[in-house]
Design a protein around this ligand. Sequence first.
Ligand code: AMP
Ligand code: GLY
Length: 420
Amino acid sequence: MKVLVVGGGGREHAIVWKLSQSPKIDRIYCAPGNPGIAELAECVSISISDIEKLAEFAKKEQIELTFVGPEEPLLHGIVNHFKQQGLTIFGPTREAALIEGSKAFAKELMMKYRIPTAKYASFTNYEEALAYVRTTGAPIVIKADGLAAGKGVVVAQTVTEAEEALKTMMEEAAFGSAGARVVVEEFLEGEEMTLLAFVDGTTVKPMVPAQDHKPVYNGDQGPNTGGMGTYAPLPQVNPSMVERIVREIVEPTAKAMVEEGRSFEGILYTGLMLTREGPKVIEYNARFGDPETQVVLPLLETDLLDIFIAGLSKGLENMEVKWKDKSAVCVVMSSAGYPGPYDKGNVIQGLDQISYPTIVFHAGTTKKDGELISYGGRVLGITSIGDTLQEARDLAYGAIEKISFEGAHYRTDIGSKALR
Ligand code: AMP
Ligand code: GLY
């Protein structure tokens, strides 16, 4: 088969890496890809936003299956367009991807179908939002309704912080139209986790649970990023909790989407807080997580292509999805300045010294004059697989010492919470 993967970050590198192990695939294309992906697939320079060009390419090259990494093309209807053109693509339609595209839609869905989540109110009027946070007090969470590259969420510890967040989003429109509407949410306390699942409408096949580390510095200090590192599975979360989440949250969500005429097919990301009252949803995404994918897919035993094919024909129910009895840790190396304005163009060294069970997933790299250089905020994701979490962690941090580029920074406590 010929397969096309859309995207060019660490998540897509992990997807391509896993697909490249499928004996059924002769050729993988990736648009636009990156230098790491280029070692496994043929990169084509088409932007993820150019849905029509991507479809033309898929037709011309007779691509038999397309899979999309990032949310943007999904929200803009890449799946709708490919299907209209008679192309095979596994992922949610624009209508189904709204579960990620609008936090207000997701909240209303959860309320209607009694899916446990934080209490909330949503506002388009700045004065009303201000009045509301003054009555609730802090801590309180303020979220821009639309997409804001993972940065539209403020966990305010004081009412003043909450007021400032509302001002930035609603008055100063820091996130453009994404902040025209805000969701103000009850602060949830507990262990945070991500549960990814393959979904074909009504059948849900969960992946291994993972945990992201969003704040930029050790001990969860500093501003939020796209994710500084992940590990999977979570020793502190037992399998019965995962079953409970599937039964009480993920399956009801899939059924609710079918009920609403927005049947979800693809990868459903559920971000959860394990509170004292039970698991509650923080957010949904309509795609694989980044960098969760970089620890989840290396633990997948089953052929990923087989799962996609089963998902396309609503055959997930009879598909056995197997996982390795191992642990994975991914540590993200980022550029000086990230998550603020960051440095680019620094030469990356040492990758030739790394080998399996450590994998270097490229996130923000490019080639210049034959040299590999940093190009994004998050540059590399160093994933190691071990028999235990401790072993995987030791391997990942051991590997990082061999890799360098100027100004590189990373957290040194990825996964350590679970070992205490
Ligand atoms: P989100 O973009 O919705 O995933 O939010 C970013 C981060 O903010 C999450 O990963 C949580 O750590 C935190 N967060 C979001 N909503 C809540 C909430 N209701 N209670 C506590 N923390 C939250
Ligand atoms: N790691 C968080 C996300 O992919 O949204």
